[in-house]
Design a protein around this ligand. Structure first.
Ligand code: ATR
Length: 282
């Protein structure tokens, strides 16, 4: 029997940990399949998508910089991907390519175990207004989160997210300075900018001085596992959630789209933490 082929398309993809966790899940579940990295330049995206069909590749993840640009080359996208204007998962259904987006729901799944209230009672602040923030905002809004505010260096990008979201959710846009002064308004702070990511590890988007101990502070960066932002949150007595969980859950939800089965997320997490040289931090 020939193994089914899956993979990730992006540029760069050399450091992606997706192959390790998906191949582990295929082995665990005795699924005869293999997951590869495919480096695809922007100019080659259309040809690469045609190649998925031509070669019978069963499914792919889509990463930077193709999540938005890939949409016109697909046969269909689901409602969540349409809402987000971005696709991170493609399923090849007998030659028909359908796009999904598991990023926002992946974030929610990763943070739910840390919440001691219903989402409808939570007030949260998203720092950043890029693609990652858009996905998380949309998922949190549609999950009927009590309040979801956005703080960004460029406020117009945050307003654009609010305007494009159809869910009725209490929201406002604030500046990064205002965010720093209103930390006590929030149960959950979600850091979605690239600030603090390896190799510029020493930076953070705002100071957390004055935050209420016990506030949940999460960072979607997973390399380093404990960003400087999370280190500061921990010093203030906050509960911290690293980006490893979101990475694992978005992958697990992609895997379920492809196979109908949910992989062992704990085993996936262990592989990622081992590779990053980190340990479970929360
Ligand atoms: P992604 O798709 O990964 O979210 P992105 O679309 O490039 O990436 O968005 C990056 C986010 O990080 C944006 O919110 C960006 O702020 P701007 O909209 O003002 O550009 C934020 N960001 C990146 N570098 C920053 C910096 N040095 N200071 C403040 N915000 C920064």
């Amino acid at each position: 029997m020939t193994a089914d082929v899956y993979g990730i398309i992006g540029c760069p993809v050399g450091h992606s940990m997706s192959p390790e966790i998906h191949n582990l899940a295929f082995q665990d579940l005795l699924i005869d399949a293999v997951y590869h990295r495919f480096h695809v330049e922007k100019r080659d995206l259309e040809a690469a998508v045609k190649g998925i069909r031509a070669l019978g590749i069963k499914g792919v993840n889509v990463t930077i910089p193709h999540k938005e640009d890939v949409i016109p080359f697909l046969d269909a996208i689901d409602e969540t991907a349409a809402r987000m204007g971005a696709v991170n998962t493609i399923v090849n259904e007998d030659g028909r390519l359908k796009g999904y987006n598991t990023d926002g729901q992946g974030y929610i799944e990763s943070v739910l175990p840390y919440l001691d209230k219903e989402l409808s009672e939570i007030s949260c602040l998203i720092i950043g207004a890029g693609g990652a923030a858009r996905g998380i905002y949309s998922a949190m809004a549609h999950a009927e989160t009590g309040r979801v505010d956005l703080a960004n260096r460029t406020p117009s990008r945050a307003y654009a997210i609010l305007e494009s979201c159809s869910a009725p959710v209490s929201s406002k846009v604030i500046t990064l300075d205002q965010a720093q002064c209103s930390l006590t308004d929030y149960d959950l702070i979600i850091q979605t900018t690239s600030i603090g990511m390896s190799p510029k590890e020493q930076a953070k988007p705002i100071s957390l001085a004055g935050i209420v101990p016990g506030t949940i502070v999460s960072d979607i960066i997973y390399n380093p596992v404990k960003t400087v932002f999370l280190q500061e949150a921990e010093k203030h007595g906050c509960r911290i959630v690293s980006g490893v969980g979101m990475f694992i859950y978005q992958a697990a939800l992609s895997f379920r789209h492809w196979t109908g089965k949910m992989p062992d997320v704990k085993a996936m997490e262990a592989v990622v933490l081992q590779k990053l040289g980190g340990s479970k931090i929360c």
